[in-house]
Each structure stands twice: as C-alpha cells, then as structure tokens.
Design a protein around this ligand. Sequence first.
Ligand SMILES: [Zn+2]
Ligand SMILES: [Zn+2]
Length: 226
Amino acid sequence: MERSVKKLKLITSVETLKQAIVLHKSNLDRTIIHQRDERLAETSDNEEFRTRTTLEDSDDQELHLEELLSEFEENCAARGGDSIVFYTTSIGGVRKTFEDCRKVRFLLENHKVSFRERDISMNCEFKEELWKLLGKKVTPPRLFIKCRYIGGAEEVVALNENGKLKKLLEGISSAVRSRRCDRCENERFLMCWNCNGRSRVVAEDGMWKRCKECNENGLVKCALCT
Ligand SMILES: [Zn+2]
Ligand SMILES: [Zn+2]
C-alpha cells in the first residue's frame, strides 16, 4: 500500500512536472510570438515612415523642379516633350562654336542622361528648325530640356556649376546611348534607301531630281536618336 502511494505520488509529480513544462513552453511560445509581433509592428511602422518620408522628399523635389523649370522660357522642340534636345554641329568651322558644342555634350554625357542630338551640319532641316524655335539665326550649341529653352554653352556651364543642371535633368531617362542604337549604330543618320545616299534620283523624264526621302547629304535621320 505504502509503495503504491509512493508510486502514485511519483506519477502525480511527474505529471505535474510534465504539465508545468507544457505550460512553461506555451508561455515561452507566447512570449516569442508576442515579441516577434512587436518586432513586425516596429518594422512595418518604420517602413511606413520610410515610404512617407520618401514621398515627401519626392514631392519636395517635384516642387523645386517645377519652380526651376518655370524660370525658363517655354519652347518645345519637336519630340522634345519630356526629354532633352541638343542642337549641335560636328563641323569645326568656327572654333568657338565647335568647342562650345563639345562642352555641352561633355556635360550631358557626364550626367549620364539620354538626349536627342540634332547636328545642324548634317542636316539643314535641323538648322531651320532651331532658327524657327528661337526666332533668329542662332549658332549651336542650344539646349532644350522638357520643353524649355535652357540656353547655349555659357548658360549650361553656369547651371552645371550651381547644381541646377542636375536638378533640371531629374527624371530624364539614363543614357541609352551607352547602348548601341539598333537602327543607326549611334551615327544618328542612316544612308537613304531611296537614292542610296546620292540625294538625287532619276525622274520619269530621265532627269536627275532631288530625292524627297533624305537630306542634302543623302542621309535620313534616325528617329530614335534625333
Ligand atoms: Zn539611332
Ligand atoms: Zn535619298
């Protein structure tokens, strides 16, 4: 009898111990879960906070950019909507003009943005387009950003130095020119398919006629790059 009581006591104590362990474990689990939840809540709070500040930041930048853009005369070069149009020349006839073009191109490339380059020495259409835009016979370089006329080399260099150029270039897609253009291999022009680059074709009456498909050099603009 005594032995069985002892055994019973042992069993109960073992059972109690087991129960105690189970209880303790579940408490532990709960604590762990709770802590984890708290941590989760904390991170999601942080994330929310982070997103909020980022949004505020971008709102802020938008405001500045809009303000900055409004300082420049609205003037939209063809297909210049939300991009950069850079009128330039690749002929070094006038040294200063050529050097100025090089400067502006260097800055644009340095900021690693994509831009439409319109070389007026390669296509007189570009020259006419530029003169029409500015209402007078100007020489390149001339820069347009997001439908605003920014200026020539002097203005662009100054804007680069005071940090405003970087601001103006915000949101412009990064240089696709680092990749090769599939159509023109970055030459910006293609040989005319109609006259094979002669810029003239033989008309029905057997006389040479100016080709209507290309420019004076027998070239066709690459629509992706100019
Ligand atoms: Zn191209
Ligand atoms: Zn042609």
